[in-house]
Unconditional design. Structure first.
Length: 164
């Protein structure tokens, strides 16, 4: 009986986590088995960091952090089994707003670099839907710069991963 109650509580927690991060027009529907493509972490454990790519072929790919998602976005050929051939294969790219925990368009988001807050993947880029939220966070957590997705280079991702 205890195991049944524990499983029910666990299931309701995952359902809540999925519903709690649904934004106005974007959703992230992951569960306890959803794994980050890049780092093989279970994404449900840290919902404020989850990112997702929807591909034109209908596949949904989840990531444990914005850094992991951007690593895939910049170098999809590294995971050639996914089948991404060009940027046209990316239908939708989402990150979780760190402050509101709602999904937001990754291309319009603001990323704080160099803060004292780390993700499950280590040094990372903290995502926000609004510039003001990113600016406030950067001020409070020693962030060095606020970037747009198109300003993030492969070299920066390698630096965050400790590969430079």
């Amino acid at each position: 009986m205890k195991k049944f109650i524990a499983n029910m509580l666990l299931a309701s927690t995952f359902t809540f986590a999925t519903l709690a991060i649904a934004g106005d027009s974007y959703t992230m529907n992951y569960d306890q088995n959803t794994t980050c493509l890049v780092r093989q972490f279970k994404v449900y454990k840290e919902p404020k960091w989850v990112s997702k790519v929807n591909l034109s072929n209908g596949k949904e790919i989840y990531f444990s952090s914005p850094k992991s998602m951007i690593e895939f976005y910049l170098r999809p050929g590294k995971w050639d089994n996914i089948g991404v051939k060009s940027e046209d294969d990316f239908k939708e790219i989402l990150v979780t707003d760190f402050a509101t925990m709602k999904p937001t368009d990754a291309k319009g988001a603001f990323y704080v670099y160099g803060s004292n807050v780390t993700s499950p993947a280590g040094d990372d880029l903290v995502a926000f839907a609004s510039y003001d939220a990113a600016k406030d966070f950067a001020k409070e957590h020693n962030g060095k710069r606020i970037l747009h997705l198109n300003e993030i280079s492969d070299a920066l991702i390698k630096l965050l991963n400790g590969n430079i």
